[in-house]
Ligand binder design. Structure first.
Ligand code: BG6
Length: 487
């Protein structure tokens, strides 16, 4: 009988280079799409559209500017300069795994360079060596909202097929270089997010296209990423035979708003719209319902000879996903109250509480998601993002009393334990999001914090950037030490 988590369960936390490293123009790094995103203090944090609309004009202005107050991801949490201290803190918590991304523009500053940037490569060598000192296994995302901005300006981002080649070169470089240091890899963070935020995911600038044309461009770019992901799996397995490569999905969770069959159908349709992308990456082909959607919308994916074979031959080894909250679906939603999320919006569930950004907390939804995904794929699962954004307060004595975060995480870890013990789900690990405070992906705020470790910096980068252990730091340390028994 299964009693709890596997003995080799990978406990840890997750970050992304563009949100934590800073040092945007240091060590030969080029600009990425994330370096041109601005913190918009006058826009509501609930207004996703306004917070995330960028024109080519905005991008050109950003490329000329050296501002780091508003271009918040350029400073991040100064991890580039403090990685030793940060990894030591993760080691102190007993981390078994640390999920991070490699900034493509640190290795190939323009994306299409012929030679990699040695200083960038060395930075990650040092970082992985530091992890090894504490017995921490790196889990590396190859692309986490970090295409070099040059690819947008010169090629129109992932809409251009040549980008597959540039990305494959990047993947070959990093998997050869770190073959003795990194075993676990993810290809594209939240690969489905091309639909919701095509600029950060694919370097696509919506205002350059008319509406109908843009939808075609989005799906074409996604096709390029699917082929690139399959090639990345192939390259990684060739360079590192013992490696494991996963896909990464935004696991959105939709409940029918009522038991009316129409609402149940609406929820099923919404759910399938998110699962379509893991279906493609796990099975190595577009599912029939996605092909039907292309047909309905008049979308024609331009494929080259061999694309289908590549996708089929190199599916992923495991399925990873992010999970934060849930919402409802209904046939007629106009009159119903809506929730917010960072990029996805649904109908408010009257039975759930929301955080300050409108995300509804739902641990049982995590258990349902684990069961759904495992029943569907029967591949090992890995939760690589989960957590609570909160405006933490640093007390004068240097403490942060984040009991609300402990409650959130405890309930979610209990739910995943139930999925493992009672539902027989094969779960490899858990990396909560933003284990060290970092810049929010959707609002570019520093004050939306997820970490166990507080970083002393405000929304404009004012502060010492010193690190403080929050109350959740000590709690999570016990969770790891007891392999999830002491919650
Ligand atoms: C995920 C992203 O969607 O959500 C992360 O992969 C992001 O990059 C996280 O930070 C939380 O969202 P936000 O907008 O609160 O930072």
């Amino acid at each position: 009988m299964i009693k709890g988590f596997r003995d080799d369960f990978l406990w840890g936390g997750a970050t992304a280079a563009n949100q934590i490293e800073g040092a945007w123009n240091v060590g030969g790094k080029g600009l990425s799409v994330s370096d041109v995103l601005t913190y918009k203090p006058d826009v509501s944090v609930m207004d996703y559209k306004k917070n995330n609309s960028y024109t080519m004009e905005d991008i050109k202005i950003a490329m000329e500017s050296d501002d780091t107050r508003y271009y918040a991801k350029r400073r991040g949490s100064d991890h580039y300069n403090r990685y030793k201290e940060d990894i030591a803190l993760l080691g102190e918590m007993g981390f078994k795994v640390y999920r991070l991304s490699i900034a493509w523009s640190r290795i190939y500053p323009n994306g299409d360079d012929l030679e990699p940037n040695e200083e960038g490569l060395q930075f990650y060598d040092d970082l992985f060596d530091e992890c090894a000192k504490y017995g921490i296994e790196p889990l590396v995302t190859m692309s986490h909202y970090e295409p070099p901005i040059n690819l947008t300006v010169k090629y129109g981002g992932w809409s251009d097929r040549r980008v597959i080649g540039f990305f494959s070169t990047f993947v070959d470089t990093i998997t050869k270089r770190y073959k003795n240091k990194v075993k676990y890899w993810l290809t594209f963070n939240e690969v489905d997010s091309m639909i919701r935020h095509p600029f950060t995911t694919g370097g696509l600038v919506e205002s350059e296209y008319d509406e109908k044309e843009f939808e075609q461009v989005v799906y074409q770019s996604m096709h390029h990423q699917f082929v690139a992901s399959a090639l990345a799996t192939k390259i990684t397995h060739e360079n590192i035979p013992e490696s494991q490569v996963g896909c990464m999905l935004t696991k959105l969770m939709f409940y029918p708003f009522t038991s009316k069959p129409e609402d149940v159908l609406a929820a099923q349709q919404d759910q399938r719209n998110t699962l379509a992308y893991s279906d493609t990456q796990v099975r190595g082909e577009y599912p029939p319902y996605l092909l039907a959607l292309f047909e309905r919308k008049g979308i024609e994916i331009k494929k080259e000879v061999g694309d289908d074979e590549i996708m089929k031959a190199y599916p992923v080894d495991f399925v990873s996903f992010s999970y934060y909250s849930s919402s409802c679906s209904a046939k007629n939603s106009e009159e119903l109250a809506k929730t917010a999320g960072n990029t996805s919006f649904g109908i408010k569930n009257p039975h759930l509480e929301s955080n300050a950004w409108g995300w509804q907390t739902d641990p049982i939804g995590l258990r349902i998601s684990l069961v759904d995904l495992y029943d569907r794929y029967q591949k090992p699962l890995f939760i690589v993002e989960n957590g609570l954004g909160y405006e933490d307060v640093l007390e004068e004595d240097g403490t942060v009393n984040d009991d609300y975060r402990i409650d959130y995480l405890r309930e979610h870890i209990q739910a995943m334990k139930d999925a493992v013990v009672e539902d027989g789900v094969d779960l490899m690990g858990y990396t909560s999001w933003g284990c060290i405070d970092l810049i929010s992906a959707s609002t570019n705020q520093m004050s939306k914090r997820y970490g166990f470790i507080y970083v002393d910096s405000d929304d404009f980068g004012e502060g010492t950037f010193d690190r403080y252990r929050k109350k959740s730091f000590y709690w999570y340390k016990d969770v790891i030490a007891s392999n999830g028994e002491k919650l």
